[in-house]
Ligand binder design. Structure first.
Ligand code: NAP
Ligand code: MG
Length: 461
């Protein structure tokens, strides 16, 4: 047993109470690359107690000191960036260059942004005859998915630390090695014992125990809408705060007058990146009738270029799920123009970059989150029709509009969604990220993400 095996609780690595383990598999070659403890309710309880014990001290720390620790954490993530990127590539299957640029690059930027916010945020303000204190919510139970293993952790832990909260993290069972490296980074950054704790384990066991624990004040969850709904119910029953970042089925709306080749090219890249395992991916492309066939041809050609560039999906179950959606698309009468269910490689959980044309808004593949490299191209008659289709799902996480700028903004204002990229606008790690409708409750990133971990106390004079 290496020094960092076990669970990270109260500032050190300790064995789990039980002996159950999780096997970590490389989805690119199906080899077992590691094992971590499958922690249980006892371990969660120990971790929550450690977080609770550390809360008063950390909450009382000066913001400048919290900023200094976050800066140190960011610096360790930078220094160990290659090791983290290799680990993410091994357990998620992402191509190494993508792991370096996005899976490590984005969380480094987010950690840096919270180091700055911790130093500059107005944790106290005057409102008339009141002084309003923005105090930490308390102990945070963070439950994260595997699709952006480090980003999803940092998007919760960094603002929680900046706010003065303490944390117990239950990461996804598929990507626990990245979570472990993160815990090592927290340790190296000199965070006091108990402020951050890691319990690896299974969702219905460790995750559920964390969500239900009476010592947790806020449950912050990212993952599927079905689990999110359960967590919301548990938190509601206990009157805990809850933040839910759930699924999406975002629309890439290409209006007449847009640069079609660019809009389609960027749109396909957006869907294929991370093998389609991005909650905010624009998995529905909306094109007007006049340019529909041209767009379909461009999309099919663009998708084919990703055939030997994209990584696998995360596990066998996920591949089966994605292939099931491709079968469903065929069964419901969509026209397959790229990819399909044939496995592109002998080993590994690969799925061919797939594009469906003649997708109608009511089809399953136009309504449900697939979470794989599958794009649906839909036809619209006019702008009102495009808007109806874009807003016509239970989700509302992201989207894109391509048109002359003023028209694009006017259209974006009418979309029921939390993020819209205008003519290829870049991801901004300071802009609020989160969902309308069933895509979630609450926001991550920037000051909005920090506010999730704060509660106000008003003093009247
Ligand atoms: P998931 O089951 O919702 O997993 C997210 C996290 O919740 C994981 O840490 C998971 O643990 C944990 N969890 C599972 N059941 C739980 C429970 N009853 N109580 C508390 N925690 C629980 O998602 P998934 O199974 O990995 O993926 C399924 C689908 O969810 C995907 O196909 C995709 O559509 C969607 N998804 C969305 C996002 C997003 O960013 N919005 C991210 C990932 C997945 P385990 O790892 O042990 O299951
Ligand atoms: Mg799961």
């Amino acid at each position: 047993m290496k020094a960092h095996d076990g669970l990270y609780i109260d500032g050190g690595w300790r064995p789990a109470a039980g002996t159950d383990e999780i096997e970590v598999v490389n989805p690119a070659d199906e080899q077992v690359i590691g094992r971590v403890p499958a922690g249980g309710a006892l371990d969660v309880d120990t971790a929550v107690r450690a977080a609770r014990a550390a809360l008063a001290g950390w909450a009382a720390t000066a913001p400048a000191e919290r900023a200094a620790r976050l800066t140190a954490l960011r610096d360790v993530l930078v220094a160990r960036g290659d090791e983290i990127a290799e680990t993410i590539s091994a357990e998620l299957g992402a191509p190494l260059a993508f792991s370096q640029a996005v899976h490590v690059g984005v969380p480094v930027a987010v950690a840096g942004s919270y180091a700055e916010l911790a130093a500059s945020y107005a944790f106290e303000e005057k409102v008339g005859n009141s002084t309003v204190l923005h105090e930490p919510v308390g102990v945070v139970g963070a439950i994260t998915p595997w699709n952006y293993p480090l980003h999803q952790i940092v998007a919760k832990v960094a603002p929680a630390l900046a706010a003065g909260c303490t944390i117990v993290l239950k990461p996804a069972e598929d990507t626990p090695l990245t979570a472990r490296l993160f815990a090592e980074a927290v340790h190296e950054a000199g965070l006091p014992a108990g402020v951050f704790n890691l319990v690896t384990g299974l969702g219905p066991v460790a995750g559920q125990a964390l969500a239900e624990h009476p010592g947790v004040d806020l449950v912050s969850f990212t993952g599927s809408t079905s689990v999110g709904r359960q967590i919301g119910a548990v938190a509601g029953a206990a009157v805990k705060k809850v933040a839910l970042e759930l699924g999406g089925k975002s629309a890439n709306v290409i209006l007449p007058g847009a640069d079609l080749a660019r809009a389609v090219g960027v749109g396909v890249a957006n869907v294929m990146s991370n093998s389609g395992q991005t909650c905010s991916a624009w998995t529905r492309m909306l094109v007007d009738s006049a340019r529909y066939e041209e767009a379909v041809e461009l999309a099919a050609a663009a998708a084919a270029k990703y055939a030997d560039r994209i990584g696998p999906v995360v596990n066998a179950k996920q591949r089966a799920r994605v292939l099931g959606y491709i079968d469903k698309g065929l069964a419901e009468g969509a026209r397959l123009v790229a990819g399909g269910t044939r496995s592109p490689r002998e080993k590994g959980y690969f799925v061919s970059p797939t594009v469906f044309a003649d997708v109608t808004p009511d089809m399953t593949i136009a309504q449900e989150e697939i979470f794989g490299p599958v794009l649906a191209v839909l036809r619209y008659e006019d702008e009102e029709d495009a808007l109806r289709i874009a807003n016509g799902t239970v989700y509302g996480l992201a989207g894109a509009v391509w048109a002359a700028d003023a028209a694009a903004v006017a259209f974006a204002r009418r979309m029921d969604t939390g993020q819209v990229d205008i003519n290829g606008g870049r991801f901004n790690p300071l802009a609020p990220f989160g969902g309308y409708k069933q895509s979630g409750v609450g926001r991550e990133l920037g000051t909005a993400g920090l506010a999730e971990y704060l509660q106000t106390k008003s003093l009247q004079f």
